[in-house]
Design a protein around this ligand. Sequence first.
Ligand SMILES: Cc1ncc(COP(=O)(O)O)c(C=O)c1O
Length: 405
Amino acid sequence: MTDQHARLERATQHLDSPVAVVDLAAYDANAADLERRAAGTPIRVASKSVRCRTLLDRVLDRPGWAGVLAFTLGEALWLAEEHEDVVVGYPSAERAALRALAADPVLLERVTLMVDSTESLDLVRAATAGAELPVRVCLDLDASLRLLAGRVHLGPRRSPVHDVAEAVALARAVVDDPAFLLAGLMAYEGQVAGLQDRGRGVLGALRGVAVRRVKALSVGELASRRAEVVAAVRAVADEAGLDLELVNGGGTGSLETTAAEPAVTEVAAGSGLLAPALFDGYDAFSPTPAAFFGLAVTRRPGPGLVTVAGGGWVASGPAGADRLPVPTYPAGLALLGAEGAGEVQTPLRGRAADGLALGGRVWFRHAKAGELGERVDVLHLVGGPGGDEVVDVVPTYRGEGRTFL
Ligand SMILES: Cc1ncc(COP(=O)(O)O)c(C=O)c1O
């Protein structure tokens, strides 16, 4: 039994399953490692990858972290009750929340919206008409790698704003309208930050060769394009007598390369704190798994098999084996190809099965970080002198009755 497994077992033996835990020693060590990788560039915490206010506050108490990258405006308004700097990382069409933002000068100073087109400006303008202060907006720049005159697009499909001219046109549309204040620019390079360098098995290793090439190409291309775009947008801001406050980029998977770009003033990260399974297999860092959920063994279909109650906490994204939860402790258990992670029960096969009693626990890692918080009301924080006590039980967003998407 590993030390972490033993500590989780000791800490939670009095609790029934399902139980979700965060190992605070691992969480704090991961925060420190993200700081090391950011090398002095401030980190804005990506709240979607945490979804628990206590854990967000814990990391924001550390030097090196500043501000929240929220995932909906409704969430941002809620967090802005306590936080002074909340950027919504994605465009919003939440009209009621936009009206609430417009009606509150404190929120207007604290919350920044993401826009990527004049169409999105129109939507915001219509919903926030009459606001006392201009609405703070951040331009979303497409960070994808385009090859063969745009016929090949490598990266997430997000903003249509890709080149200097498009960014300048949008920046001008913002500064020319007194309803808006141009606060910053963001470019998230998902094809670098969100892609594992090494996958599982031979195919994963082969794919890794291509992934590393694309990443290296993309990092170089984006560094020069981002620098040009930022300089041009800064010039538009200067002309309007404004200071472009923030240039945000990156994610857990790209902190060192994004932070190294002089044009970037801050990086974003969240997943690296909890270190879900999709963040294994990167060359530049190996975070310590910090979040687990424990499920109870409820039956034994045959030798070498056990079944746990629940388990189908499958992650979003392209459906595939890498979105499934990973049975982690005890080591030596695997999902069955024919059943995967089940709605109400999940059979597991492996050498550890026969050593588990009914009522015993199997610990899983979720493939993604924040989505665990949508499955449970509370997280048990494991810490204390021996790292083997539940030192706090804290609500997730869901536990606070807040589900945003
Ligand atoms: C805009 C943006 N920034 C940063 C991130 C990185 O978040 P994480 O560190 O959780 O991977 C994401 C993740 O999808 C994102 O959408």
